[in-house]
Design a protein around this ligand. Structure first.
Ligand code: 5AD
Ligand code: SF4
Length: 312
């Protein structure tokens, strides 16, 4: 074990606030060091979050998207995807099923789909809150402040708006027509409106460095997020990044463990993407700091079409 690595790990054990440089040292853990990193993350998860795994049902209610992100299968220009939109009643049925299975939180996710106006969504949120008493998390991408306000009034509790990468140039290159600044501005609005917020990033994006990954964690720490979704980038043949190398499980686990150390009280899901690249991805993530699982409550007939990446 390198001296520098063991020094940073020791400081993490004493709960000292780690700098971006410290986080890079952890992210750079070698084969002989990662076991110690994972162990500390697991201990911190246990100390702050306990041993219960939280189940948060997710309904992916529309795979229409007006954006063209270079990495994502839902991008507008992907003509190979069969598109669907769930009706309000179907969404509510899914919520009922999630409640029946014991989920205390329901996540409603979609591409950026203007078909669902804030009024339509507010009505769905109202019904779910009234009937099932679950916490409702929305994950609908960039919207206006007015939309976010209306949905909060309807009873939405949380909003998941992943920042994807903290590098402004990479963000702009990968997400044409959008900016990191716009994303951060929206996260600020959501906070002001009283939402709990979730952010998150992909691991292994083309052009990503350890400095950028450490920056992702620092950014989420600065925003004091309640949830951080961290998963590997998985190349999708139906996108411009189809031939790029994907993120590895090893790097994803190191990022997750480092995030747990820097964000001791934040909910960290064992992401579907981590499960998709390795048969034990989810279990391994739970051993490296993750404490949330998000079972898919999308009706089976639609599930195959929410193909953000292969193997989902
Ligand atoms: N690999 C992994 N995750 C992806 N996402 C989109 N495309 C990919 C991909 N190719 C994630 C992003 C986004 C959400 C819709 O799915 O983090 O927030
Ligand atoms: Fe749309 Fe989100 Fe996919 Fe971008 S990442 S294409 S905004 S669903």
């Amino acid at each position: 074990m390198k001296l520098e690595f063991s020094r940073v790990l020791e400081r993490a054990r004493r709960f000292e606030k780690l700098s971006a440089e410290d986080l890079i040292v952890l992210l750079d853990a070698g084969e002989d060091e990662s076991a110690a990193l994972f162990k500390l993350a697991d201990q911190i998860r246990f100390k702050y979050m306990g041993s219960a795994v939280n189940f948060r049902g997710i309904i992916e209610f529309s795979n229409y998207c007006l954006r063209n992100c270079h990495y994502c299968g839902l991008r507008k220009d992907n003509m190979e995807l069969a598109r669907y939109r769930m009706k309000a009643e179907e969404i509510i049925d899914g919520a009922r099923e999630a409640a029946r299975l014991g989920c205390k939180t329901l996540v409603l996710q979609s591409g950026e789909d203007v078909f669902y106006t804030a009024d339509i969504l507010a009505e769905i949120v109202l019904k779910i809150k009234k009937e099932f008493k679950m916490a409702v998390t929305l994950s609908l991408g960039d919207r206006s402040r007015e939309d976010y306000a209306l949905l909060k009034e309807a009873g939405a509790d949380r909003y998941l708006l992943k920042h994807e990468t903290c590098d402004a140039k990479l963000f702009f290159d990968l997400r044409p027509g959008t900016s990191l600044e716009g994303r951060i501005k929206r996260l600020k609005w959501l906070r002001e409106l009283g939402y709990q917020i979730g952010m998150g990033n992909m691991v292994g994006l083309p052009g990503q460095t350890l400095e950028i990954l450490a920056g992702d964690i620092v950014l989420m720490r600065d925003q004091d997020v309640e949830m951080a979704g961290i998963g590997p980038f998985i190349p999708n043949k139906q996108t411009p990044l189809g031939s790029a190398p994907g993120g590895t499980l090893e790097m994803t686990l190191k990022t997750l463990a480092t995030a747990r150390i820097a964000l001791p009280r934040t909910h960290l899901p064992a992401t579907t993407s981590a499960a998709s690249i390795h048969p034990h991805g989810r279990v391994k993530a739970l051993g490296c700091g993750a404490n949330v699982i998000m079972p898919n409550m999308t009706p089976r007939k639609y599930r195959g079409s929410y193909s953000i990446y292969p193997g989902k």
